[in-house]
Design a protein around this ligand. Sequence first.
Ligand code: ZN
Length: 310
Amino acid sequence: MTNTQGWPGFPQRVRIREVGPRDGLQNEDVVLSTAEKLCLLDALGATGLREIEVGAFVRPANVPQMADTAEVFAALRRRPGVTYSAIAPNVVGARRAIAAGADAVQVFLSASESHNRSNVNMGIEQSLANVAEMAAIVRAAGRPFDAVLSVAFGCPFEGDVPIARVLELCGRLLDLGAGQLTLGDTTGMGHPLLVRQVVIAFRERFPRQPLRLHLHSARGAGLANILAALEQGVSDFDSSVGGIGGCPFAPGAPGNLCTEDLTHMLHEMGVETGLDLAALMDAARMLETMLGHTVPSQTIKAGICKHLTG
Ligand code: ZN
């Protein structure tokens, strides 16, 4: 492998969890039909992705884009080896996710009190009690229960979030049996130095615990933050096809990190992803047609470098 030459600490291989069908579509004004979602999921499943966030079991009145998640799961053409996950905000959602056949269930907690209250209208302690109940349901069904800690790199209401607080909440979530932890830069407030500091602190506190990052590019720092994490050996990331979603502040603005842009950068550096970039770009273009507008992806605008010179 060439990727570690000149860049010590880099992982040889990165695993990407595709979050576009949930985190992406949830933030789109256009509500895709169940058939369109199935088409998108089929295209994504053919790109080599091993984990896809299919949808959310939330109140349809709150998030109409996710109202048909159970129907999507029921009709999903599952590819062997692919984990099709869902998110659940509460016990009812966790039960629905299990009943629908989600392979894994993600629960969310915010690293700041204000963001947690704004998100789920309750304090962090009450949320942790809920998470404990959800964890019991998911684990009793034999499925992995994964936890996402939102606003771990900065809160739009409170500003800086102390790293000690992030680590404390990670510990609480692990105590509740979280199989996997994801730290979210939910509104794109992180920067490379902070990512480096958080990852180093996490590794010192939880040396054997794998870490996944869910980074956003709302202020353009997404791939720079990825690089800072790669230097620390992080090899699990979330991203969104076309770069859709993640609460962009203006139409066409980046929110979620774009799967094609991330994959392109990794491939150019010789880091394996197992993904077919051309197929990912086809999926992103199909998504543009479905949504009726362009997506933030830079790679589908500029093309794959290696293709430019044949
Ligand atoms: Zn996101």
